[in-house]
Design a protein around this ligand. Sequence first.
Ligand code: PRT
Ligand code: ZN
Length: 285
Amino acid sequence: MKKLKIAIQKSGRLSEKSIALLQECDIKLTQGKRKLISVSDDFPIEILFLRDDDIPQYVADGVADIGIVGENEVLEKDKETEIIKRLGFARCRLSLAIPQSEEYTGISWFKNKKIATSYPHILTKYLNEKNIGSEIEEISGSVEIAPSIGLADSIFDIVSSGSTLVSNALKEVEVICNSEAVIISASSLTDEKKQILDKLIFRIETVERSRGNKYILLNAPNNKIDQIIELLPGMKSPTIMPLYDKGWSSIHSVVNEKDYWNIVDRLKELGAEGILVIPIEKVIF
Ligand code: PRT
Ligand code: ZN
């Protein structure tokens, strides 16, 4: 059987979460991440560990069928690939920043200014749209020090918490785009590979849905069941079973972590007893 080749970052901000996601999908890797290629025994997938900058090109060329990469790299490299799934991690933004001592007068501030960046393509596109003529100084790392060493007047770079800007006496003045980890795919895959990809996406969506969900069991007086099930809609509807003790029932349902404590407080007020909350491994619809 053909294998789906998936490119992930070899080492960096995306690699651990990419591997963790595959593991949560029960795709077990048989070789360490130091190896260039890894094969999973129980799922027809082959993993290529690459630099994130190279992933869009490898996917566009068909060397890899899909890849997990930051959206910023997808936009910058602008290759023939398609974003097929957003993954919600490695969130950041690409912003223009200027020295804190400068007064910002709007986007025209950048006219005839030198901007240091590792993302010249995204920046050029943006400046052209705004009709601003600036000089772009392409550098591959430590962009944030460019103004202080006199290499540029300002920068265009990735911002997450903003602390790198602050510690370099810079301020963020324009957010050009947002980014998160995404799965990209080549525009045409064989039917066989598409089927494996569909299975992988189904597993990822199952993992996403299962996150934060807990199984809850409790005993409740029968006259409070209606009010209790309003709090516990469950996946379809809660299971209710009579207890040996007349007038009492056992209720089973699913709750989400984020409103869990509020629900437990309300359940206690309604007379629920013996509340058990159990982790859920997977929720499959
Ligand atoms: O070696 P390789 O080329 O594979 O890795 P890399 O060094 O190019 O990339 P890496 O691992 O640093 O980042 C991979 C991806 O993570 C990026 O392409 C983004 O999609 C995403 N990401 C999320 C980030 C950040 N957050 C981030 N904060 N990438 C970089 N940063 C850097 C940024 O360059 C700046 O220097 O962190 C600094 C800003 O962070 P704050 O929190 O101080 O604002
Ligand atoms: Zn990189």
